[in-house]
Design a protein. Structure first.
Length: 311
């Protein structure tokens, strides 16, 4: 842990207009009122198009570097991931104003979900190094996955577009998705030079203690030791999948026979007998395609996060 940025450090704030339920104008009004009352220097840029966030993040990082400023994102875990990708390795400190559905990253680090409280917390926060996961050349702060889990996320997003963003909608979409038939993956896993072939519904790699604790995977402490949490799911039927969803909701996945979990610093996964070299994956809720093999690892350098002094 290091000391906080100077009181005159400028906050370069990006607001994802589509994150959360509050409209962008209200978000900006709240942020401005807190920072202006404190006499803090800042800039504020609203992004309406998710496709523009990547370019905006890189442009903002360059501006912040020139003035030893702090890059701040107001958005959900996916938006946080996009901006963190630009910040990592830049030398800039990173601030987060959680505005998503689950806000796993912010909650894990004690950042308030209330926008005004989170903005006030930036003013007295301290810089702390935070572990970052890598999936090939993409970072992840919460989790990365292939197989069934990206399908759950994809369907959840479709339901959110129809029914709105809430944790109830996320649960309902998971129930509907798990009721369908899902193919089993045959993959080769290479961990520390030891390769083995497995059949699985999904490969999930976690980098967030709160999420692991909530579902009952007892590997949260290993994250503090510089490792990642790997979870695979044996081939099971629909009723078992639904049962696992309930177990996860009550934090009881640790005693499920169909769940295999372990911690590692690095893992390589390669689909076997696949007709395509490309695999659908997800990082922090965002879905895309990567060319196999998939290499999960801890990034060689941390993200320097502004954490509340009480966290």
């Amino acid at each position: 842990m290091t000391s906080a940025p100077g009181n005159n450090s400028c906050f370069y704030i990006i607001v994802n207009a589509r994150s959360g339920r509050t409209n962008a104008e209200t978000k900006c009004t709240i942020i401005r009122s807190v920072l202006e009352a404190a006499g803090r220097d800042y800039t504020l840029e609203v992004v309406d198009d998710a496709k523009a966030l990547h370019a905006t993040a890189h442009r903002t990082v360059e501006r912040a570097r020139a003035r030893s400023g702090v890059v701040v994102i107001a958005g959900g875990d996916g938006s946080i991931n996009t901006v963190a990708q630009a910040v990592l390795g830049s030398g800039c400190a990173f601030g987060v104003l959680p505005q998503g559905t689950f806000n796993y990253f912010g909650r894990t680090h004690g950042i308030p979900e209330d926008l005004a409280d989170a903005t006030r917390a930036l003013l007295t926060a301290r810089v702390c190094p935070v572990q970052v996961g890598l999936l090939n050349n993409r970072i992840f702060l919460v989790n990365a996955s292939m197989g069934l889990y990206p399908k759950l996320l994809q369907d959840r997003e479709a339901y959110k577009q129809q029914l709105g963003r809430s944790r109830f909608v996320a649960l309902w979409s998971a129930l509907v998705t798990l009721w369908k038939n899902h193919r089993t993956l045959r993959v080769r896993i290479d961990e520390n030079g030891q390769a083995r072939d497995i059949l699985t519904k999904t490969v999930f790699v976690g980098n967030n203690a709160l999420q692991l604790e909530q579902v009952g995977i007892p590997l949260a402490s290993q994250l503090e030791e510089g490792q990642l949490a790997v979870v695979t799911l044996r081939p099971v039927g629909t009723l078992t999948l639904l049962g696992l969803l309930l177990r996860g909701a009550f934090g009881k996945l640790d005693d499920a026979d169909s769940i295999i979990s372990f911690a590692t610093k690095e893992l390589t996964v390669k689909p076997r007998f696949s007709l395509s070299a490309w695999t659908k994956v997800a990082t922090d809720g965002e879905i895309f395609w990567l060319r196999a093999p998939l290499r999960f690892a801890v990034a060689p350098e941390p993200l320097f996060l502004l954490k509340p002094v009480s966290a």
